[in-house]
Design a protein around this ligand. Structure first.
Ligand code: CA
Length: 230
């Protein structure tokens, strides 16, 4: 079976070596680039299965590289996990909006990194392209897009149209983190002017109406929201 190859774009050699060592120990193939420009070339040429992208790179920074990767037809399907320093929430938000799939904050433990890589690969492989009308059954929720109906333990929850779209959007991709902007972009409706601020208000209302199932909607501090995949 072909190895799963991970491209590490990181200028700091120590970190690159540590990441490479831990990936190889888990039987992943590791490719390395010291700069974003080299990383872009390698991503096109070697078509890795996933890219670990440091945001603080000399020359073109990680966000710039992420933008280029996600605009290029040959690389846009490759999942990107950003590696970032603490306190760079706004960069993380920008990266997610550019299409990065996930992020990990330095310093990270190799165990957590490997788990994150596996989770992203698994989600990428298992996220079925749901048709907009497909019924979603997850935990004790049943979401019927066609009927605009949500059942919590077989009992209907009385959601507004916006709350429904919000829940449907998040629950279609459990585990993925979405920024407020991405949520607004996906959920905005004719009936309600959804703004980034009002996303928080909608979430509060949605959680309340879902009662105990409200815990599936997780806050990702400083970044946005995700539907639980645990
Ligand atoms: Ca760096």
């Amino acid at each position: 079976m072909a190895k799963t190859n991970i491209l590490i774009i990181e200028d700091e050699e120590d970190i690159r070596e540590l990441v490479k060592y831990n990936l190889q120990r888990e039987n992943f193939g590791a490719l390395e680039a010291e700069s974003g420009e080299d990383g872009l070339k390698l991503a096109e040429r070697a078509a890795p299965d996933l890219i670990l992208l440091d945001l603080m790179l000399p020359g073109k920074d990680g966000l710039e590289i992420c933008r280029t990767l996600k605009r290029n037809e040959r690389t846009q399907h490759i999942p990107v996990i950003m590696m970032t320093a603490r306190g760079e929430e706004s960069d993380i938000v920008t990266g997610l909006e550019l299409g990065a799939e996930d992020y990990i904050v330095k310093p990270f433990s190799p165990k957590v990194l490997v788990a994150r890589v596996k989770a992203v690969l698994r989600r990428k492989a298992s996220t079925p392209e749901l048709a907009p009308d497909d019924v979603i059954k997850i935990y004790d929720l049943v979401i019927h897009p066609g009927r605009h109906e949500v059942l919590v333990k077989d009992k209907p929850a009385d959601l507004s149209a916006t709350e429904f779209r919000l829940l449907h959007f998040l629950a279609r991709r459990p585990g993925w983190v979405f920024t407020r902007y991405q949520i607004v972009d996906a959920v905005h409706g004719e009936d309600y002017p959804v703004t980034e601020r009002s996303v928080d208000v909608q979430i509060v209302g949605l959680r309340r109406k879902l009662k105990r199932a409200g815990i599936y909607i997780e806050t990702v501090r400083g970044i946005g929201y995700r539907f639980s995949d645990k």
